[in-house]
Write a protein that binds this ligand. Structure first.
Ligand SMILES: Cc1cc2nc3c(=O)[nH]c(=O)nc-3n(C[C@H](O)[C@H](O)[C@H](O)COP(=O)(O)O)c2cc1C
Length: 345
């Protein structure tokens, strides 16, 4: 964290860590994770632990995915391609954002990743179809529509810092299409395309049900890391009801505030299949490029393994909600409250 802070100019730093308006949703993501305690079982021979998982039919080293980050090129040299190299080297999937440079083709060519593509809809149906074709042609295994961005939020750190993001123009172009999206577009996608469809930005059980009824393959519970709607619930507090509603008819993924191995374990114990990391990924890249992100993932893996072992399980299949209990957070929640020893420069 401190290295990332030291390496980034104030604008990109605020862009990476900031959220919408009062940043209440950002804090609630951490608060919700910190409000879950772990219930360990003992004397269960945990000398061998398998912390690998499956992602869309492919084995991955952790049940963790690099969440899409637009503008990565302002955080690390090489942008999305740098993230792809780290993902491939460590062995986790990458979800590439459509507003991330150097773009779909070059990022795919940069490394042999397990990859999925995330689109901000900034054009008409033909425009979307073209992205689907390019994603397929370049080995992306699934297609994601992010749907919690009907309007771009007020990010007050950026406004106060007068930070004009170089990629913002790309994001704004065609913004009307994003505001005009409806479930009809999801239906059209499912009718027309055979790539698995992920809907990112589901934050209620009601929308999870509608998504499943539309044949969506992955319900991705997310509040965009608290960067869109302020005063939302913490992501992991929504997860149990979504898992119940979806009832195995689709995979459920989640992100929002995940910084530690124990955070990942909590989500998997509740029934999520994959956990997305956004800021943690950006911080690793800012700290040391692809090598910094690989090191971040190694630390995360070590935390996951220690957590599983101390819970008395040797694989995710043995985890259940009975390993969790409600608790009061021990620290005031914020983006960095998972690292209480951290002092930023
Ligand atoms: C700097 C930054 C840029 C992001 N850009 C995108 C994007 O282009 N598309 C998208 O769907 N989500 C985007 N997100 C949201 C992430 O994919 C993810 O939902 C969120 O970061 C998870 O929360 P976390 O940062 O607390 O891990 C972005 C997040 C950050 C921090």
């Amino acid at each position: 964290m401190a290295a990332a802070r030291g390496n980034l100019p104030p604008g990109p730093w605020s862009y990476l860590i900031g959220g919408a308006e009062t940043e209440t949703t950002v804090k609630r993501n951490r608060q919700a994770l910190d409000s879950i305690a772990l219930r360990p079982r003992v004397l269960r021979d945990v000398s061998r632990i398998d912390s690998s998982s499956m992602f869309l039919g492919k084995k991955t080293r952790l049940p963790v995915m690099l969440a899409p980050i637009g503008g990565l090129e302002s955080i690390v040299d090489g942008g999305g391609a740098a993230a792809a190299r780290a993902a491939a080297q460590f062995g986790v999937p990458q979800m590439l954002s459509s507003v991330c440079q150097p773009g779909l083709e070059q990022t795919a060519a940069a490394a042999d990743t397990v990859r999925v593509f995330q689109l901000y809809v900034r054009g008409d149906d033909a425009w979307v179809d073209d992205f689907v074709r390019r994603a397929k042609d370049n080995g992306f295994r699934a297609f994601c529509l992010t749907v919690d961005v009907a309007h771009y939020s007020r990010r007050e750190r950026d406004i106060v810092g007068r930070f004009v993001k170089p990629w913002r123009a790309r994001a704004v172009e065609g913004a009307g299409f994003q505001a005009g999206l409806s479930w009809d577009h999801v239906k059209r996608f499912k009718d027309k395309h055979d790539l698995p469809l992920i809907i990112k930005g589901i934050a209620t059980t009601e929308d999870a049900e509608i998504a499943v009824q539309h044949g969506v393959d992955v319900v991705y519970v997310s509040n965009h890391g608290g960067r869109q709607l302020d005063h939302g619930l913490g992501s992991i507090s929504v997860l149990p009801e979504v898992i119940t509603t979806v009832a195995g008819r689709a995979e459920v993924w989640v992100d929002g505030g995940f910084m530690r191995g124990s955070d990942v374990v909590k989500a998997i114990a509740l029934g999520a299949k994959t956990v997305g990391i956004g800021r943690l990924c950006g911080l690793g890249l800012a700290a040391g490029g692809p090598a910094g992100l690989v090191r971040t993932l190694e630390l995360l893996e070590e935390e996951v393994r220690v957590c599983l072992g101390l819970l008395g399980v040797t694989s995710y299949a043995e985890l259940t909600p009975a390993h969790l209990a409600p608790a009061l957070p021990a620290n005031p929640p914020d983006t960095f409250s998972a690292f209480p020893l951290l002092t930023l420069p």
